[in-house]
Write a protein that binds this ligand. Structure first.
Ligand SMILES: Cc1cc2nc3c(=O)[nH]c(=O)nc-3n(C[C@H](O)[C@H](O)[C@H](O)COP(=O)(O)O)c2cc1C
Length: 100
């Protein structure tokens, strides 16, 4: 959650923003939650923990999404797409660990 004035940015805000971005011609939303702010506490860190964000934006804003966050195995990535939780997956940390 990001602090915006007196309240925090929520997944519902992201859904509404994604609807507006879709109307403006955006094709895909990268659903990284920016969890490194002081207000974002007790997040369930682990494999797939941010996938529900991609799933919710995809379902509720009717726009293609990319899931991120501790996706380290090819089978894990494939499962997310097969389960229709996201349209694609993006890997960062694992690619830095093992670029080959
Ligand atoms: C080098 C590096 C820098 C990043 N910087 C930021 C950042 O400034 N803000 C942010 O919200 N996320 C940042 N991220 C997180 C990415 O946006 C993305 O959510 C995350 O890396 C995907 O998960 P994964 O690294 O487990 O694959 C960074 C990731 C990496 C690897």
């Amino acid at each position: 959650m990001f602090r915006l004035g007196r309240r925090c940015w929520t997944i519902e805000d992201s859904v509404e923003l994604s609807k507006k971005l879709k109307a403006e011609g955006v094709d895909l939303i990268d659903c990284s939650s920016g969890f490194n702010t002081p207000d974002y506490k007790n997040y369930p860190f682990g494999p797939d923990w941010q996938v529900p964000f991609a799933e919710k934006v995809r379902t509720q804003a009717q726009i293609a999404t990319a899931a991120v966050g501790s996706i380290i195995e090819a089978t894990q990535a494939e499962q997310i797409v097969q389960n229709q939780q996201a349209d694609s997956v993006l890997l960062a940390t694992q690619m830095l660990r093992d670029p080959y």
